[in-house]
Design a protein around this ligand. Structure first.
Ligand code: SF4
Length: 110
């Protein structure tokens, strides 16, 4: 079973505990259709705008066993407050710069 570390939006934390992310991970649905059920080894926020803590937190999740990094749909799709992250591309670039190009990255969850 693939082990993943999920990064979510700090701003939406008060509105969503990540229930949908855990559901699709457990059932291998949404973004995980292609790999089947996944094990979540870390579930962190970006640290707040503009997401500068995402890279270090991604690195820490890899050290704890994650084999892929996932940006939750609150970031790329704006769920549940209808506000996609305006800093996503920069945040993703900083994560890739930190962890390298060989680690698979998912851009959404559900
Ligand atoms: S940087 Fe993006 S993901 Fe992070 S809190 Fe701000 S809007 Fe949310």
């Amino acid at each position: 079973m693939l082990k993943v570390g999920i990064i979510r939006c700090h701003e939406t934390e008060d509105y969503c505990p990540g229930t949908g992310d855990f559901r699709v991970a457990k059932n291998g649905k949404g973004a995980f259709e292609e790999v089947g059920p996944v094990e979540i080894v870390g579930f962190v926020t970006c640290g707040g705008c503009p997401g500068k803590k995402a890279a270090l937190r991604a690195q820490k999740m890899l050290e704890k066993g994650a084999e892929a990094i996932v940006f939750a749909s609150c970031i790329t799709r704006g769920n549940p407050i209808g506000y996609p992250c305006p800093h996503f591309e920069g945040m993703k670039a900083s994560v890739i710069k930190k962890i390298g190009n060989d680690v698979k990255i998912f851009d959404w969850t559900h």
